[in-house]
Design a protein around this ligand. Sequence first.
Ligand SMILES: Nc1nc2c(ncn2[C@@H]2O[C@H](COP(=O)(O)OP(=O)(O)OP(=O)(O)O)[C@@H](O)[C@H]2O)c(=O)[nH]1
Length: 598
Amino acid sequence: MDNISRIRNFCIIAHIDHGKSTLADRLLEKTHTIKITEGQMLDDMDLERERGITIKSHAIQMEYTAQDHNSYILNLIDTPGHVDFSYEVSRSIAACEGALLVVDATQGVQAQTISNLYMAVDHNLDIIPVINKIDMPNAMPDEVEDEIVDLIGCDHKDILRASAKTGEGVDAILEAIVQRISHPVGERHSATQALIFDSLYNPFRGIIILCKVDNGFIKKGEKVELFNTGMQYVAEEVGVLKMDLVPRDVLSTGEVGYIITGIKDPTEVKVGDTVTSTARPCEKAIEGFQEVKPMVFAGVYPIDPNDYENLRTSLEKLQLNDASLTFAPESSIALGFGFRCGFLGLLHMEIVQERLDREFNMDVITTVPNVSYKVFDKQGNMTEVHNPAGLPDPTLIEHVEEPFIRASIITSTKFIGPIMKLCLDKRGELINQEYVSGDRVELHFLMPLGEIVIDFYDKLKSISKGYASFDYHLDSYRPSKLVKLDILLNGEPVDALSTLTHESNSVTFGRKICERLKDLIPRQQFDIAIQAAIGGKIIARETVKQVRKDVTAKCYGGDVSRKRKLLEKQKRGKKRMKQIGNVKVPQKAFLAVLKLDD
Ligand SMILES: Nc1nc2c(ncn2[C@@H]2O[C@H](COP(=O)(O)OP(=O)(O)OP(=O)(O)O)[C@@H](O)[C@H]2O)c(=O)[nH]1
């Protein structure tokens, strides 16, 4: 396909649950790309379907005959909406010329509507605003239209109205994509430059690179080079992405497609890198691609120490299509050998843990998540610490800095009181507040990221009854009075349970953790003392009393098969338990800190 003027590369951006995936399905259906029978076709991972959210971005090509009777190629890149996955949004945006900005007619503009819009505007995308869910009885399309006009400064007539559920207004969206989104620009005859925006792992074919060709072309069978690594490969197969991979002879300027090179090692392919042709090499990589910045770190340890190498391979494979995941080996006295992983947020962390379990059959323990700290010693040297256990001796520390974020919260005025209280309790500072429309306001806070990762999002949702949306970006590192809180089980400190906390509430925090651990650690054959300590001083203590009865006692000498069954059952129940000293600690206990007030 050489006619670049007939290509449209676009993505759909929206706040979570505003209907991106449903609209994507409807576009696929209207263009006869697929027949929708059940559920949403683009969310193909089980996990996505169960959680009803889009985790991974997907790319798919449609053919559409427009009112001008010409046939167009529309490449849609679906994006996730949760705040943890904004990185995936940024890389989809980098491969597109336009975006549908979807806003729910019952909810109006929300925090990620704004942040995604800014990202799209930064990349000079043509924006088509769409008010979705107009079929709902409580839809307020006129009010939402006013909000969008205020936000983008567009004309009322530029805003489309649709229902992704009933299909109303979807034809007009397809026409608008053709008419209002620019076609890609690029030089077919210049050096080859293609942006890798995603990659997939296939056990038979190796790594599948998804890319958009910005300039030049890539031919089947020719040699290609990954710009940043300098590694060369043969493009064994190239093609476009429909519901399946569709092989082609060449991928031309402006096209979105895939390359199979037989690469087996996931670490060789970096999302954001540029692919070029060795015959027509480019001089510079494609710019403007946002570097991935993990915000939250946690230890991930195999329950069975023999699984360490398997865990490494699994993480490498996961990283391949989740470029925002980082990991480095670490060891813990309590847990043995594992990895310190970097995530974009807590939801991302949970999803990685579940994917390790489901897709790679790995049983892992995840430790308390924390942010990264900058530790300055008395000589003025700075080290970045991703694990509280790695904090140097307090006598050597001059000061510690922690990351602060700028949070934006959009809500109804009636929730301002409780939201202010929540943010101030989390050491936040109100910067300003602005009216979005009617009774809705946007609040800006400066807050420590460490407080957000703990349980902020859930609390915000509950106090606002779901009517508050939240977005954030990193502001700066600032000095904070942080202390390390250690947890001891039967007198032994457990490094994997250490946390850094603000001095002002460290004692209350320590007490709450002990109480929570008491509920989470099951009774065993002996009493278990749980203690919290700061700088060697015990500040709280709880005891888990011993069990009285041996569960298998009544089987001794009796029914062997029954006893085996009972043990099997216990074994399954123990799946996510780790033996620390003589105490068995379940996965939940490592994350106790996240749910202190439940
Ligand atoms: N009534 C009605 N419901 C809709 C419409 N569009 C989407 N929905 C519903 O809204 C919910 C969220 O839709 P999704 O398409 O999953 O939203 P999303 O924006 O893709 O969500 P994430 O991928 O998780 O960000 C689902 O229950 C849809 O069935 C619509 O036009 N009308």
